[in-house]
Design a protein around this ligand. Structure first.
Ligand code: ATP
Length: 304
């Protein structure tokens, strides 16, 4: 973890606001606009608290209206319970799209996404969110108290549980110095806290939610070293015992010992083939399933 420069931001059910100064603000705005394109299946069941095994099985996906430019094609990988799996690749390779499919913001057009062996299409979205926490670049808080922000997502949590999560995330120490402790308002978008403090509150929130799967999407982008140092250890504690999928285009950020999977943009010839098939959505191009080389491959983590 020594090379982690994490900044975190909640996604989905976690409160989101936009810091204009954030290096990744375009992405954040895009995420905010990402209204779920899918709803629960009529017979959807709750996922339950599983072990956190994530599998992508020959997944193909094109965003609505972008059939000629599929974001993913034939992507397969497994993240075993408790392991750190790094997904790397250039801009546009589809890394962030993986998180959206895992949380069912969209459904794949080909293949399956599985959580603990169950196709996520058969699971309720609410239970998916209970099993998967996604953290992004910049911490996003709402204008309640520190306590409210930590408890968001688990409002029934006791004060004792909130404090325990705050201790794990390195929040408890600085809270003692705030004028009203845990009742101190954090201001709009958490602006009354420093960047590092905001990020630790977001980590505390994730600790309290205690989901077995953690997705860190480009967590280190745009952070200064001081902020990085403040959140490094808390983030490491959050990752402990969870399946962590770390999405990054920067191999210097790969924790030692992590397994690394490379993702590259869908090759041009593949896009042309799919386009020639004349499909408005990949789903109608079932003939394409199984064609082409797998886009995934293992790389050594040593080149971090
Ligand atoms: P980066 O490292 O730049 O964040 P990435 O590997 O995470 O890139 P994605 O954000 O998953 O890539 O995008 C994959 C492809 O899907 C890109 O071509 C992108 O332009 C496209 N894309 C992403 N989000 C949307 C969207 N909401 N609507 C349409 N196309 C999208």
């Amino acid at each position: 973890l020594a090379l982690l420069y994490p900044a975190v931001q909640g996604l989905g059910e976690l409160a989101l606001t936009v810091s204009e100064a954030a290096a990744g603000s375009d992405r954040i705005i895009e995420v905010l606009r990402a209204r779920p394109a899918v709803t629960d299946a009529p017979a959807a069941v709750a996922a339950g608290q599983g072990r956190g095994r994530v599998e992508f099985d020959r997944v193909g996906f094109a965003y609505p209206g972008r059939a000629s430019r599929p974001a993913l094609h034939e992507v397969s990988f497994v993240a075993e319970p408790g392991e750190v799996l790094v997904i790397t690749g250039p801009s546009g390779a589809g890394k962030s799209t993986l998180a959206k499919l895992l949380l069912r913001f969209y459904d794949p057009d080909e293949g399956r996404v599985l959580l603990d062996g169950a196709d996520v299409r058969g699971l309720t979205r609410e239970s998916l969110r209970e099993n998967v926490t996604v953290l992004h670049q910049e911490t996003m808080l709402f204008s309640g108290s520190v306590r409210d922000n930590i408890a968001y997502g688990r409002p029934a949590a006791s004060m004792e549980e909130i404090i325990r999560a705050a201790e794990t995330a390195g929040v408890h120490d600085f809270v003692q110095d705030l004028p009203r402790g845990y009742d101190t308002p954090v201001g709009q978008r958490g602006r009354l806290l420093s960047g590092g403090q905001r990020q630790r509150v977001a980590i505390a929130r994730a600790v309290l939610r205690d989901a077995p799967v953690l997705v860190l999407d480009e967590p280190m982008t745009g952070l200064d070293e001081e902020t990085a140092a403040q959140v490094m250890a808390p983030l490491g504690r959050l990752m402990t015992g969870r399946t962590t999928i770390l999405i990054t285009h920067d191999l210097r950020q790969v924790p030692s010992g992590a397994r690394v999977i490379g993702l590259r943009p869908v090759p041009r010839h593949e896009r042309i083939r799919l386009k020639r098939a004349g499909v408005p959505r990949l789903a109608r191009d079932r003939t394409g399933a199984g064609h082409g080389a797998s886009r995934t491959g293992r790389q050594e983590a040593a080149h971090a």
